[in-house]
Design a protein around this ligand. Structure first.
Ligand code: GAP
Length: 460
């Protein structure tokens, strides 16, 4: 099944309106992608399921939607201006630019490069005689460090303006607003602040479709605790993150937990694990879980002089809370959901010829459409529309009239619609429709009056 899986998923995404290359008619812009009509629904459904699972259904979680642009001093205090870096090398012959660690890891499978200094990366490139993946040359510049923060300017004239950064992670606004949220929500520790939104990173290396992009959506929360509770809270959230994989339909058999070595830890973290996914281009980070200690709140208190302490009414004492941070790439989730859901099977068409049926076996809760209503013939469009009108207020429902019924079934299979409802000539007589199941292709004849209840039960 993995044979050409990535190419098949990318092609399906373009063909069926999930994801297109960004600004394609102008030749594109590297590592940018647009989410089309199906992609925007899928992404939003994943986001809503996440918010439901981690925020709405819990009493110990509140939300935030902060500004993307923040005072640049935030990023100095957080350590991102100094430490949010990648070492890059350029091919002197074809001018292609690569992240030095990725170049080495791709050429020497299994090698450990985390935390190495640029000069050590240079040595590894030379001793392993690593070639440029584009032109085959071994002629590289020395590794140079680039900051990943995306800089822009406020005001019409760049040279007279203050530079600001597009946020590289969501976390900082949760720390900066911590005291206001604490006071207005009246939450007691332990509790979390959750946020979903766009982040930006000056990624230079190729991205494997939507895996690594320069702008991406992140879903993450900061969970504020007493220091002594960090280990048990860390384990608790790791378990919840594993449960989430099932909620969203990411194949947990293709995931593994990877502990970060000491040299690899981010500047703010005392312990980090990644949930990795086995993609067609190797094991890759899907989500992260970090113990950020009191690093961020303490830094913001020091830099601003504002009190970030929490008063514990049980012990009558004050302390700076420690933080466990589960973080989930939303756009990365979209990719792993698609890679998990893509399936093919051989079936016979109406004339008995073998053909390949492509199916997106998406979890029903995140499928862009839950139901599609299909009039068998054009003459039945008005009658079928009445069925659509009955379903549309309760379910996200497509109405598809073009092509043979077989072609319409295939189209709905490819976008992952769990149920197709066909209105045929018998429906005029018996007030019933045929409901076809995406996964089994089994068909049930159901009274139109009972259809909404039938689907509600199937989709629950
Ligand atoms: N606040 C912690 C933080 O941002 P991170 O590991 O740098 O941690 C979090 O990023 C998650 O964001 C990753 O686990 C991944 O899912 C996603 N992510 C990171 N860089 C990305 C990129 N360039 N494109 C798409 N998703 C990305």
């Amino acid at each position: 099944m993995d044979d050409g899986l990535m190419e098949k998923v990318v092609s399906l995404c373009k063909r069926r309106g999930f994801v297109y290359p960004g600004s394609e008619i102008y030749g594109g812009l590297a590592n940018t992608w647009d989410y089309g009509p199906m992609g925007v629904e899928l992404k939003k459904n994943i986001q809503d399921a996440w918010w439901d699972f981690f925020v709405k259904k819990r009493l110990d979680m509140v939300g935030l939607d902060a500004a993307i642009l923040m005072n640049p001093k935030v990023w100095e205090a957080s350590g991102h201006v100094d430490s949010f870096n990648d070492a890059m090398v350029d091919c002197k012959d074809c001018k292609a630019r690569f992240r030095a660690d990725h170049l080495i890891e791709d050429a020497v499978p299994g090698i450990k490069v985390e935390g190495l200094e640029p000069k050590d990366l240079d040595k590894l490139i030379k001793t392993n005689k690593i070639k440029c993946p584009k032109c085959g040359s071994v002629n590289f510049t020395e590794a140079r460090v680039f900051n990943l923060l995306f800089q822009t300017f406020i005001g019409p004239v760049a040279k007279d303006s203050e530079p600001v950064f597009l946020r590289g992670e969501l976390a900082q606004s949760m720390f900066v607003d911590f005291k206001q949220i604490l006071e207005t929500s009246r939450k007691k520790i332990p509790f979390g602040i959750a946020q979903v939104g766009k982040c930006f990173r000056n990624e230079i290396t190729p991205g494997n479709f939507i895996f690594r992009t320069i702008e991406f959506d992140l879903m993450e929360f900061e969970y504020f605790i007493k220091e002594e509770e960090w280990e048990k809270t860390f384990d608790y959230w790791l378990d919840e993150m594993k449960k989430w994989l099932d909620v969203v339909g990411i194949d947990s058999k293709k995931t593994r937990i990877r502990e970060h070595g000491k040299e690899e830890l981010s500047h703010y973290s005392k312990r980090t694990v990644d949930i990795e996914f086995e993609t067609p281009f190797g094991w890759k980070e899907l989500y992260g879980l970090a113990y950020r200690t009191d690093f961020d709140l303490k830094n913001h208190q020091e830099k601003t002089g504002k009190d970030m302490g929490y008063f514990d009414p049980e012990t009558n004492s004050k302390f700076i809370p420690h933080v466990i941070e589960p973080t989930f790439g939303l756009t990365r989730s979209v990719l792993m959901v698609l890679l998990s859901a893509y399936d093919e099977e051989n079936v016979k068409d109406a004339d008995g010829n073998e053909e390949t049926r492509v199916i997106l076996r998406l979890n029903k809760n995140i499928a862009p459409f839950k139901v599609a209503v299909l009039p068998l013939m054009n003459k039945l469009v008005d009658n079928a529309k009445e069925v659509w009108e009955k379903l549309a207020p309760n379910f996200s429902t497509d109405f598809d009239t073009t092509g043979s019924i077989g072609k319409r079934y295939r189209r709905q299979d490819e976008i992952g619609t769990p149920y197709c409802v066909t209105f045929d000539f018998d429906s005029l007589e018996d007030g019933s429709v045929t409901v076809r199941d995406r996964d089994t292709m089994e068909q049930d004849r159901i009274k139109i009056d009972e259809l909404a209840d039938y689907l509600a039960e199937k989709l629950s």
